[in-house]
Design a protein. Structure first.
Length: 308
């Protein structure tokens, strides 16, 4: 149980679910060749999950001080698991993830793609040890890595199978993956700012230069509000442009009910948010928006299928 808490297994399950959803609810439904066999795609998901788990472990190791203040019940390192054991787990997860990525890259005859896994592992380490303490930069890195976990699907499953004949169709599919990666980036970036506000007391005591520590909670909340308004406008325009034009009315209703309406709720509620509990609630709302937003790829596929 302590180990599961150390690696944040719920977030890892969500990551794996997201990657499987894009493969089987979206790419598999298209009339295009895919580079990876099912077991090879399973390796891609496993490698991504292992690297993400390693990121959570190293983050927990370096967050003991702040978590002892902000979330004392969530502290694992030094209580249920020793710091030495945590480091060993971190190394094991990282080595396994990168090794699988290296094997997979050679299977598809793109050995240079293995560098992507090394880059992800390195960024997660530097985030936990250094970048997290730099205002905005840490938020950007975490959001970027989630976006990469979407784009990596196209890099390994679409790009190697692209030929001159199917180039246009493959580019269109990769574009859709890019749209979802941008969505994941926007929502997670806002959520990271909200989480920093939630953890401001512990971060301040540990000398970290997060956005709310540097400019204050109220100003940081206004910045999160500004980004949320921009995200709401962009998502509304996207829904109107792509879903309405293609007469995907079920998707439009779904997007409004599970993404736009909750995001509007977030915009309204952040005005009055004051306590750690308030911001924790808003962080949960953003997490749900992200989950249901990703799930929309299944809704779109079903909507297209039964509209045809």
């Amino acid at each position: 149980m302590k180990f599961l808490k150390l690696i944040r297994y719920q977030n890892l399950l969500m990551l794996a679910f997201m990657q499987l959803l894009f493969r089987y609810a979206f790419l598999k439904q298209q009339d295009v060749p895919l580079a990876l066999a099912d077991w090879q795609y399973g390796l891609l998901v496993l490698s991504t999950v292992l690297l993400a788990a390693a990121g959570y472990v190293i983050n927990n190791i370096y967050d003991v001080g702040t978590d002892s203040i902000n979330k004392p019940n969530d502290v694992v390192v030094g209580k249920g698991i020793s710091e030495t054991a945590a480091y060993n787990i971190y190394i094991g997860l990282n080595v396994s993830g990168v090794a699988i990525g290296f094997i997979l890259s050679n299977i598809i005859q793109r050995p240079t793609f293995a560098s992507l896994f090394i880059l992800i592992a390195s960024l997660l380490y530097f985030y936990a040890t250094t970048l997290k303490q730099i205002m905005i930069v840490g938020n950007f890195i975490v959001a970027l890595l989630l976006a990469v976990s979407v784009l990596i699907i196209g890099v390994f499953d679409l790009f190697p199978a692209t030929t001159h004949e199917n180039q246009a169709q493959m580019a269109s599919l990769f574009s859709i993956l890019t749209d979802y990666a941008l969505f994941a980036f926007m929502i997670n970036f806002i959520r990271e700012i909200v989480k920093d506000i939630e953890d401001v007391n512990g971060d301040y005591n540990m000398g970290m230069n997060t956005l709310p520590v540097a400019i204050g909670v109220n100003r940081a909340a206004k910045i999160a509000l500004g980004f949320a308004i921009v995200a709401f406008i962009l998502l509304a325009l996207y829904s109107n442009t792509y879903f309405m034009q293609n007469k995907l009315y079920i998707t439009i209703f779904y997007a409004f009910a599970t993404v736009l309406a909750p995001l509007l709720y977030f915009i309204v509620k952040i005005f009055s948010a004051k306590t750690q509990k308030d911001f924790q609630h808003l962080s949960t709302i953003l997490k749900l928006i992200l989950f249901f937003g990703i799930l929309s790829i299944l809704v779109i596929a079903l909507n297209i299928k039964y509209n045809a």
